[in-house]
Design a protein around this ligand. Structure first.
Ligand SMILES: [Cu+2]
Length: 489
C-alpha cells in the first residue's frame, strides 16, 4: 500500500524530524543534527505477519511489516539509510536494479560488507536510475527456509524521475509473496507460457542425457520448495483492504514478484493491463495485455483503466495458489457482493510485445557465451547448477569473467535444463536482443526469464568498476551454484 515519507518517518519513530522543526533547530547545529540522522531507517528483526485473522506467520521482516516500507527516493539526490540487524546472523541488503558501488550494492560475492548480527551499517548513496526498484536480503539460505528470500525481507523502492510522465490518477504498489515454505520433490510450476516457445534440440539432448545419468545413479530429482500461504502486500486474498477504485480511474500498478522461487501470473477479469515499464524501465512500445507473468524479482508497471464496475479478484491464474491467498479484491465505489474471478483465455507472455517493432540492437564489442546445466540431486539431495561446467565457488570467486570498462557485451545464455531461469545482473541494466532465436531490441531489464532448453542474448555496457554478480534469481538455484562474477577493471 502507498505510504509517503512523512508516514514512514512517523512509523519509524522519527516524527520529530518529519513535522515542523522546533525553532531552536536552526543554523549549523540543526544541519549537524540532521546530518547525523538517516533519511530512512530499516530494522531487520523476527516478527509476525497477519496474513489472515486465522493465519499468522513468524518470519524476518523490515520494520516489523510486510512488505518493508516503500522508499521514495529522488534520482540523483543523495540518501542516507541506516540498516539495523537485530537478528543473530549477518545480513546483506541488496538494492536491486540500481547502479551502486560494490560497498553499498549488497552482495558478499562482490565484496559488500555484511550488516553484522546485532549491529548496523549506515549506507549513503545517490539513487538511480529512476523507476520502480526494490530492496531485499541477499544471503545464501541453502537448506534453511527461514533465511534469504524465503523470509519476508522484501520492500519496494520508487526513484522519482526528474520528469514524471504521469498519465494516471494514482499509484498502487503490490508485492507478491509466499509464506510458510517447505521442501518438496516435484512441483507444478507453469512452464509453457513463454513465447517464442521453440526449444533448441542440442540443449534438450544435453539435458536429457544429464537426466538419464542421474536416473542411473538413482538420484532423479532434487528438492523443490512449496508454500502453504500466498499473499499480496502480506494479506491473503479476501483478508486485506480491497483496492477501492472509481469508474474511469486510471490506476498505475507497480507489481513486484518478491518470491524466492516462484513465477507468478496475474489477471483482472474484464480489464486489461497497459504495460508501461518492465523492471522500472519505460518500454519502447506500451501495449495492452490480459495477463501478466513475472519471474522472481521481476517488476511490471501497468495502467489499468477501471471501466467495468463490479467487485473483482485481481489474482494468480494458478487456482491452488489463488485460493490459498494470491490475489487482492478490486472493489468499485458503490459495488457490493462476492468478488468475481473469471479464468482468462490462454495467453502467452512475450517480452517482444513491448519492444519497438522493427528496431535492431547495436552490435556489441564482445560476445560472452554461457551454458547453464543441472546436476540432479548432486548436493545432499539438492540440484547443483553449473555455468560453463563450474558451480560458483565463494572462496575462489569463480566463475569470473573479465570486462573492460566502457565496452558493450553480449551475453549469449544457453539453458541446458528444462527449468525457467530469471537471470539477474547486478549494478547494470541489460537490453534483450534475442529470445529463442528471434531478434529484438529496446526492452531494458535487470531480470529476464530464460525458457527451458532455450537461448537468450542480453547486451549491456560495462560501466561499473569492480565486481558485479550475475545469477539466477531463484534462491534454490543461486544457492547451489548458479552464480558468476563480472570483474570490470
Ligand atoms: Cu534458475
Amino acid at each position: 500500500m502507498p505510504i509517503d515519507r512523512r508516514d514512514f518517518l512517523r512509523l519509524a519513530g522519527l516524527g520529530a524530524l518529519a513535522g515542523a522543526a522546533p525553532a531552536a533547530w536552526c543554523g549549523a547545529a540543526a544541519r549537524m543534527a540532521v546530518a547525523a540522522r538517516a533519511d530512512y531507517t530499516l530494522r531487520i528483526a523476527r516478527s509476525l505477519v497477519e496474513l489472515a485473522p486465522n493465519h499468522i506467520v513468524s518470519t524476518t521482516l523490515y520494520n516489523e511489516q510486510f512488505p518493508g516500507p516503500l522508499l521514495r527516493l529522488k534520482e540523483g539526490r543523495r540518501v542516507v539509510v541506516d540498516v539495523h540487524n537485530d537478528t543473530d546472523v549477518p545480513e546483506q541488503l541488496h538494492w536491486h536494479g540500481q547502479f551502486l558501488p560494490v560497498d553499498v550494492d549488497g552482495a558478499a560475492e562482490e565484496g559488500t560488507p555484511y550488516i553484522p548480527a546485532h549491529g548496523m551499517r549506515r549506507l549513503a548513496f545517490v539513487p538511480g536510475p529512476a523507476g520502480f526498484r526494490f530492496y531485499h536480503t541477499h544471503v545464501v539460505a541453502r537448506d534453511d527456509l527461514t533465511r534469504g528470500q524465503y523470509s519476508g525481507l522484501v520492500g519496494p523502492v520508487y526513484i522519482e524521475p526528474r520528469h514524471e510522465p504521469g498519465a494516471y490518477d494514482r499509484e498502487v504498489f503490490l508485492t507478491l509473496k509466499e509464506f510458510d515454505p517447505f521442501f518438496s520433490q516435484g512441483g507444478d510450476m507453469a512452464m509453457d507460457f513463454l513465447r517464442p516457445g521453440a526449444r533448441e534440440h542440442a540443449l534438450e539432448e544435453r539435458g536429457e542425457r544429464a537426466m538419464k545419468a542421474s536416473l542411473a545413479r538413482g538420484m532423479p530429482h532434487g528438492y523443490e520448495v512449496g508454500y502453504q500461504a500466498f499473499a499480496i502486500n502480506g494479506r491473503m486474498l479476501g483478508h486485506g483492504e480491497p483496492l477501492r477504485v472509481k469508474q474511469g480511474e486510471r490506476v498505475l500498478l507497480h507489481i513486484l514478484n518478491g518470491s524466492a522461487t516462484e513465477i507468478r501470473s496475474l489477471a483482472l477479469p474484464g480489464h486489461v493491463f497497459r504495460v508501461v515499464a518492465l523492471d522500472g524501465n519505460p518500454v519502447p512500445h506500451p501495449t495492452e495485455v490480459p495477463v501478466l507473468w513475472l519471474g522472481t524479482a521481476e517488476r511490471i508497471s501497468a495502467i489499468v483503466t477501471m471501466n467495468r464496475p463490479g467487485v473483482w479478484v485481481l489474482g494468480d491464474l494458478a487456482d491452488d495458489d489463488r485460493t490459498r491467498g494470491m490475489g487482492i479484491v478490486v472493489e468499485y465505489a458503490g459495488q457490493h457482493g462476492t468478488p468475481q474471478w473469471v479464468k482468462p483465455a490462454p495467453f502467452r507472455w512475450d517480452y517482444r510485445r513491448f519492444a519497438q517493432p522493427g528496431a535492431t540492437a547495436a552490435a556489441p564489442d564482445e560476445l560472452i557465451e554461457m551454458t547453464f546445466a543441472k546436476q540432479n540431486a548432486a548436493i545432499d539431495g539438492f540440484n547443483r547448477w553449473t555455468i560453463n561446467g563450474a558451480a560458483f565457488d565463494m572462496q575462489a570467486r569463480t566463475p569470473r569473467f573479465a570486462l573492460h570498462r566502457g565496452r558493450r557485451y553480449r551475453l549469449r545464455l544457453h539453458n541446458a535444463s528444462d527449468d525457467i531461469h530469471p537471470m539477474h545482473l547486478h549494478r547494470h541494466t541489460f537490453e534483450l536482443t534475442r529470445l529463442a532465436g528471434r531478434p529484438t531490441a529496446g526492452v531494458r531489464k535487470d531480470v529476464a526469464m530464460l525458457g527451458g532448453y532455450q537461448s537468450m542474448d542480453v547486451d549491456f555496457t560495462a560501466d561499473q568498476p569492480g565486481l558485479s554478480l550475475f545469477h539466477c534469481h531463484m534462491q534454490l538455484h543461486m544457492d547451489f551454484g548458479f552464480m558468476a562474477l563480472f570483474d570490470c577493471a
